[in-house]
Design a protein around this ligand. Structure first.
Ligand code: SAH
Ligand code: SF4
Ligand code: F3S
Length: 462
């Protein structure tokens, strides 16, 4: 068998002897799955240093906030949270507060200027440095460390030890960063340029997760369809469709999901790979953003409404029973009532199962933040409400169509509201609540008995 280096695996770091034995940590994660994934690595590093996770923030020796800055309210959440933490730290001066993630990357020194009680600030490219930074705090005092780029693939959080939350499901990063330039979006600024992981590394990680009992994998990248543009394997660039097939073929993996594809790059080859690979779920998250061609151009999205709809139709033709979700921004600068009507028309035509709807939030440093025609809050709110009403109706109709059918569901655990009811997920990624207590990670068959816009009710039949 080829050795690890020949497979392109990164060299394994020699872990140091644990030094914080018995100390406790608490991680609070904001934002998207990338942050969830990184938090699992931060937890893994702290655990490897001898620490234990505690669910109670007030008791923790080390508190880590992994932050998001996608919209202004995400930033506000961080500083609100830090404000509340000040009192906790006053009571327990030995507590260390660390701030990482996308707001940290954006704000850098500003974090400590606004909250002097923070001990360390680290950026999105410095996740692997978290224990070194704690050492620095102990020895020298507060520190801010923000790198501009991830320069070595060895520094990908994927190669760090992980403290995973769910034993049966795992996120696997296929690429970090983003090379697109959507004019509203701060992600390229805070996550850097796109770097793909080698196919062998991704498959190696999926295999070892499967050996660990994981049966559900979600592949992560800001634009999964551009996967491999920076790679070469035997003189050829690997493409996402091939990767999907290979991940889907790993023994023990029963469900594969991925997020997000980009409508401009989503082609037939990926839909065919989905249809032909049994373990790849019939689920697609295709972010529309707007239904107006004028606004899509100003957003720099690289497609128009009719191309979006034809790609969606292609995907639905190729993948039977495809559940589709989307992201939509309301109130982008210059959005007129006609532009918004175009979004409503596309939403009515697309009949998404679910839509994540956002009010446009100017992000300093992005091109859209300084565009003319910023829309007053009341107008945005009114359009937003109309869009949510329309989508809720469509989501309900879509879910009602599932009533009477039988779905394979994967148990997540007891429902948050009622411990005698369990929550599970269909292959289409819809939550199903059904009476009974079942082990998380179990696959069951459930008859769908009732529908609501955002969940289904069911009854386990086997
Ligand atoms: N790479 C992913 C998106 C990540 S951000 C993709 O392209 O699908 C998740 C969503 O946040 C985006 O799809 C967009 O709908 C929303 N978003 C991003 N920037 C925003 C902003 N400035 N204001 C409001 N919503 C925004
Ligand atoms: Fe942001 Fe666009 Fe990149 Fe998605 S594809 S992360 S919306 S710049
Ligand atoms: Fe994700 Fe928020 Fe960063 S959406 S990439 S955590 S800005």
């Amino acid at each position: 068998m080829a050795d690890a280096t020949a497979l392109g695996m990164p060299s394994v770091r020699t872990p140091r002897a644990p030094q914080r034995i018995g100390q406790s940590y608490h991680i609070r994660t904001f934002g998207c799955q990338m942050n969830e994934h990184d938090s699992e690595r931060i937890g893994g590093l702290l655990t490897a240093d001898g620490m234990v996770a505690t669910p109670t923030l007030e008791e923790a020796d080390v508190v880590v906030l992994n932050t998001c800055t996608i919209r202004e309210n995400a930033d506000n959440k961080l500083y609100g949270f830090l404000g509340a933490l000040r009192a906790v730290k006053n009571r327990r001066p030995g507590m260390k507060i660390l701030v990482g993630g996308c707001s940290a990357q954006k704000d850098g020194d500003l974090v400590m200027e606004r909250a002097r009680w923070v001990d360390a600030v680290f950026g999105t490219h410095n996740v692997h440095r978290v224990v070194d930074l704690l050492d620095h705090v102990d020895e020298w005092g507060p520190v801010t460390e923000i790198w501009e780029e991830t320069t070595s693939t060895d520094d990908f959080p994927s190669y760090l030890p992980a403290q995973r939350e769910t034993p049966h499901s795992a996120w696997v990063t296929i690429a970090i960063g983003c090379d697109n330039s959507c004019t509203f979006c701060i992600v390229p600024t805070v996550r850097g340029r796109e770097i793909s992981r080698r196919v062998g590394d991704v498959i190696g990680e999926v295999r070892s997760l499967a050996a660990d009992g994981v049966t559900e994998i979600t592949l992560l990248g800001q634009n999964v369809n551009s996967y491999g543009r920076d790679l070469e394997l035997n003189g050829r660039r690997p493409v996402f469709a091939d990767l999907l097939r290979q991940v889907g073929a790993v023994e023990g993996i029963r469900r594969v999901r991925y997020t997000s594809p980009h409508p401009k790059d989503f082609k037939e080859d990926v839909a065919l790979a989905m249809a032909k690979t049994k373990s790849v779920c019939e689920q697609l998250h295709l972010p529309l953003q707007s239904g107006s061609d004028r606004i899509l151009a100003a957003m720099h999205r690289g497609y128009n409404a009719s191309r979006f709809l034809s790609r969606l139709e292609m995907a639905r033709d190729i993948v039977p029973n495809l559940a589709v979700s989307t992201d939509i921004i309301v109130g982008f600068p210059g959005e007129t009532e006609d532009d918004f009507a175009a979004t409503m028309d596309v939403v009515a035509a697309a009949r998404f199962d679910q839509a994540f709807t956002f009010q446009y939030s100017p992000r300093p440093g992005t091109p859209a933040a300084t565009m003319g025609g910023q829309i007053p809050k009341e107008i945005v709110q009114d359009r937003f409400d109309r869009l949510v009403t329309l989508q809720n109706q469509i989501s309900l109709e879509k879910n009602e169509a599932a009533v009477g059918g039988v779905e394979e569901v994967l148990v997540e655990g007891p429902s948050k509201k009622d411990p005698t009811v369990m929550t599970a997920r269909t292959r289409g990624n819809k939550p199903v609540h059904a009476p009974g207590r079942y082990e998380p990670g179990t696959y069951l068959r459930a008859e769908i008995t009732q529908a609501a816009p955002h969940h289904l009710l069911g009854r386990v039949i086997s």
